[in-house]
Design a protein around this ligand. Structure first.
Ligand SMILES: [Zn+2]
Length: 121
């Protein structure tokens, strides 16, 4: 297969994933009121940050086309959503901030740990 065929195949697979996990079955960021629909600005995100589910045998997290192939092989598992790059980053920033500001041992902290949002120390 030529390079451009390979690229096209990967892009088509990404589009399939974006349609499946996008807001209302469309290619769109799932963040509230976000209107981003450009596939080049959209990525897949683990809703509960349980990225451990799709680690490679080496322990590295699957990303990009490897992640899309993983999804296809498992017939589109649940727990994944489409986010634009900005909201992916915003989610990450808020997660870190929450981890820093919640007193360890508080109920909110424990809830975060239980849902996998805060990495237990
Ligand atoms: Zn967004």
């Amino acid at each position: 297969m030529s390079n451009s065929e390979e690229q096209f195949k990967r892009y088509a697979l990404k589009i399939r994933c974006l349609v499946h996990y996008g807001k209302g079955g469309k290619i769109q960021c799932c963040w509230r009121n976000c209107q981003v629909i450009d596939p080049d600005c959209l990525t897949l995100d683990h809703v509960e940050d349980d990225g451990n589910l799709n680690r490679q045998p080496s322990g590295r997290r699957r990303a990009g086309s490897s992640f899309y192939s993983w999804i296809l092989a498992r017939d589109f598992p649940e727990g994944i959503q489409v986010l634009c790059c900005n909201h992916q980053q915003l989610k990450e920033i808020r997660k870190r901030r929450q981890k820093q500001t919640l007193p360890e041992g508080s109920d909110a902290y424990k809830r975060g740990v239980n849902k996998g949002r805060i990495k237990a120390q």
